[in-house]
Design a protein around this ligand. Sequence first.
Ligand SMILES: [Zn+2]
Length: 418
Amino acid sequence: MGDVVTMQEDDRAGGREPASWSGAPPRTAGARTTNEEVRQQNLSAVLRLVHTAGAQSRSHIGAVTGLNRSTVTALVTELLELGLVREAEAAPTGRRGRPSLGVAADDAVVALGIRVEADAVSVALVGLGGAVHSRVRHDLSSPPSPRRFAQIASSLVDGMRADIDRHYRLVGAGLAVPGLVDEAGSVLVAPPLGWRREQVAPRLESAIGIPVTAGNDASIGAMAEARFGVGRDAANLLYLHGSLYGVGGGLIFDGTLLRGTSGFAGELGHTVLDPRGARCPCGRRGCLSAEVTPGPLLKLLGRRKLDEDELDIELGVARDPAITAELERQVDLLSLALTNFVNAFAPEVVVLSGYLGVLLAASRERLSDAVHIDPVGAEGRQVRLERARMRSRLMQLAPAEMAFAPLLLDPAGMAPGR
Ligand SMILES: [Zn+2]
């Protein structure tokens, strides 16, 4: 990248890391990298590795990061002193290898993963390394106002506070919102909630007294799936989530979430598939969001609402030709969209979650054909099409990841006090 490095190449983590994440340190071409910056980057590389890939032996950390043995030992010692990792048994790496002593992320370092939806507010206590320690949920009969949401979230967090104070070290909170969120944590628009221009992160922050980072649920879902889910080995990943409220998504390229000039790239749900199709809330007709939606199927099934698992079962046993026809119509439109996306972005993995995961399970062959046969060139043949693995756990982890981001970037600077 044109960096001038003042230390030996061997001292800097450069190996291929097993997971993707956004928030890699900004690099300017030609910028001078100081020893202190190299140390910070290396600490960050080791902590991110044990955070996403679980307990690791020191030798495996060296193999993955490309750092030499004494550098790894020094970095691990520093992370132990900071209380960010602990000694743990590492999984055997070789075929005949025995478990060896290694280090794992210390899951007593925690973040709150908060999620607001039209019908619920939930809060999860998530440890470094991805363990969900506890989770509470408050069901709602109608979408909450921003003020009501802050009150509910605050009382849920209050219920956890004694436990947090006694057993954990909290770094912050992340909030997942079904809408467009800017970098200051303001919601520009969140159609499922009926919110428009709301300073939701500052509002929540003052209600709970904990720093809050907010983001779009589909974008941060893409990040979490890339770090912990089916996209773990892929540098380039396309994630699409479907629900009653439309299709959202995120693109991760070379480990970074694609934001575009507006910060909102990846709004693939508003790709027009049929200019004369169904009206979309965005004002156009025939968007992916408007055409590929559980609404018509729920109507045919005579149900108001079904979760992912229930819909899997209902569609599996449905024999009504009208249901089959609607299912095929939607799968064909989704195939068309996927063909376009694969041609445009050539991802290694396409992860379908929520309602789109249901369509994949119901019609895997039809959808696989679309990404494997239609694409131009040979790229398409290497695309994996996967259903999101983590389902509901993903949306507990994903917002907490935003809160962990500063710590993962600068472990020594951001480690919570003991
Ligand atoms: Zn639209």
